[in-house]
Design a binder for this molecule. Structure first.
Ligand code: ZN
Length: 182
């Protein structure tokens, strides 16, 4: 297994601002633990971050959010990327759309994606769907993803497991898995 750790949309606006989820702050320590372990094991950490132009399609549904020049669109302080990490900006739900993510993963020889971040039923789900079509194996860290409601969260986890074949694991289980890698 050659994994990459994906941290999706842990932006100020989505964690503390207008589009926050009640559980968004609770996943921060779990993601932090995973990021630190990944760096220790030389596993690539890829941050996917919404950054919108005023004409973006998605704004018709959600209104302006994570706008291109807005400080609210920055990744939260607690999870600041290091210079070794990769940061990709996206203009729609999926981290694969118009970002070059698939090419980067292939260049790195990655075969498995470990998904964390928000929201379980929107950007995490859409990234998982595209990852499925791109033939990557999926591990969704169930205590390191969050949605607006528990119902949205549980529905998306079930969908990713049943329809996309994603393994659902806890942070501690994933840490054990990564510790076993050379
Ligand atoms: Zn967006």
């Amino acid at each position: 297994m050659k994994p990459a750790l994906l941290v999706i949309d842990m932006l100020k606006e989505f964690v503390y601002g207008k589009l926050k989820s009640p559980s968004a702050t609770t996943i921060i320590p779990f993601i932090k633990t995973l990021v630190e372990k990944a760096r220790e094991k030389n596993i690539v950490v890829i941050y996917l971050a919404d950054k919108h132009y005023p004409f973006d399609h998605e704004l018709k549904i959600w209104g302006p959010h994570a706008m291109i020049s807005d400080e609210e669109a920055e990744i939260i302080e607690d999870l600041k990327p290091s210079s070794r990490d990769i940061v990709l900006y996206k203009r729609s739900y999926s981290g694969f759309r118009d970002t070059g993510l698939a090419t980067i993963l292939r260049d790195l020889g990655v075969d498995t994606l470990i998904l964390t971040g928000i929201h379980t039923h929107i950007c995490v789900l859409h990234t998982a769907i595209d990852a499925y079509y791109e033939r990557f194996k999926l591990i969704v860290v169930k205590d390191a993803v969050a949605a607006f409601s528990n119902e949205d969260h549980e529905y998306a986890l079930k969908y990713m497991h049943q329809v996309l074949g994603a393994e659902l694991k806890t942070t501690s289980h994933v840490i054990e898995l990564l510790d076993k890698l050379a």
